[in-house]
Design a protein around this ligand. Structure first.
Ligand code: SF4
Ligand code: SF4
Length: 99
């Protein structure tokens, strides 16, 4: 098929269970999105989403605001590093207050 005929604007992948199990089981640090700081949530528009674009596990969904699927999030912290408004805090996975 000619790429001009393809309906997808960019290629993307979906997370899936691999031989090592769910990547979410590897996590020791958990990313938590602060809604009061998130540009997409504050503006109520489809803007920013750098966390979605950079997540190596494709585990952040846009619906319509960033939502992390913890089954596949491995806690690498890239989303937290890339977020321009410091809206994503990495917390200890085993801390009772990390929701
Ligand atoms: S990168 Fe940060 S500010 Fe941008 S959508 Fe993600 S959480 Fe919100
Ligand atoms: S920590 Fe952030 S970038 Fe890393 S896998 Fe989880 S959601 Fe994706």
């Amino acid at each position: 098929m000619n790429t001009k005929d393809c309906k997808h604007i960019i290629s993307f992948s979906s997370p899936a269970e691999g031989e090592g199990g769910l990547t979410g089981e590897w996590r020791t640090q958990k990313p938590i999105i602060n809604q009061d700081k998130c540009i997409a949530m504050k503006s109520q528009k489809g803007v920013c989403f750098q966390c979605w674009a950079y997540c190596p596990e494709s585990t952040i969904e846009r619906r319509p605001f960033p939502t992390i699927n913890y089954k596949y999030c491995k806690g690498c912290g890239i989303c937290s590093e890339i977020c321009p408004s410091n809206a994503i805090e990495m917390r200890n996975e085993f801390d009772e207050n990390n929701t």
